[in-house]
Design a protein around this ligand. Structure first.
Ligand code: DC
Length: 232
């Protein structure tokens, strides 16, 4: 069973995928982390964004380990924990540029498909249902207005600031960054952010995450029941 969840950043995809994977006992693929890791690795290696082949080579050779436990997911790159570092705004912006490169997307394709494992996979990204797992049994496209997504990001950053882990966030800058990144993700030629034709589309702007989870779980149960009864 493969469940794909695609959508823009801040739509609640990450939270939904974690809840789905925990509830169903499935594995989790955070494909955005692979693009973020590539962005971090090229910065460290001093590879220029202008050299697409070299960026793709870095993506192909990423020495990464995902450690998943019930409490948290940590990401280890070349032996060091980079979980917090890959979530930084600059890494996200660079990841969006790296993700527009067809050679990088091709380099990461098999690595993403290798995450499929019994009893099932929840795959979080932008092109999970369209390109990476077009055969997925359940596809979700989760959206929310850019204002609502900026508000969620602002609250997250504010919480981090209170814990002494970051600078004071600026709502206007966050909204502009979100709109910039969305435009790039939606308009790129290689695997743009678009809903699969057979995706269940959900707008989470005014929906609590539990309600989104419940709606997707209904879809999953119906799909499992039809697979068990031999229908497709
Ligand atoms: O979901 P995220 O914010 O961690 O993703 C980081 C960037 O990578 C974002 O700009 C979109 C891009 N991305 C992508 O192009 N395809 C994916 N499957 C996942 C992420």
């Amino acid at each position: 069973m493969i469940i794909t969840v695609d959508g823009p950043s801040g739509s609640g995809k990450g939270t939904l995928c974690q809840l789905l994977a925990a509830k169903l006992g499935y594995h989790l693929l955070d494909s955005g982390a692979l693009y973020r890791l590539t962005a971090l690795a090229i910065t460290r290696a001093g590879v220029s964004l202008g050299d697409e082949s070299a960026v793709a080579a870095v993506a192909r050779e990423l020495a990464v380990v995902f450690n998943v436990s019930a409490q948290e997911q940590s990401v280890i790159l070349q032996g060091a924990d980079v979980s917090a570092e890959i979530r930084r705004e600059e890494v996200g912006m660079l990841a969006s540029q790296v993700a527009a490169m067809p050679l990088v997307r091709a380099a990461l394709l098999q690595r993403q498909r290798a995450f499929v494992e019994s009893p099932g996979l929840v795959a979080d990204g932008r092109d999970m249902g369209t390109v990476v797992f077009p055969e997925a049994e359940v596809k979700v496209f989760l959206t929310a207005s850019s204002e609502e997504r900026a508000k969620r990001r602002f609250l997250q950053l504010q919480e981090r600031q209170v814990q002494g882990k970051g600078e004071s966030p600026n709502m206007a800058v966050i909204l502009a960054d979100i709109e910039d990144r969305d435009a790039r993700d939606r308009s790129r030629a290689a695997s743009p952010l678009v809903p699969a034709t057979d995706a269940l589309q959900i707008d989470s702007s005014t929906m609590p995450i539990d309600a989104v989870l419940a709606e997707v779980l209904v879809q999953v149960s119906q799909r499992l029941a039809s697979l068990e009864s031999g229908l497709t």
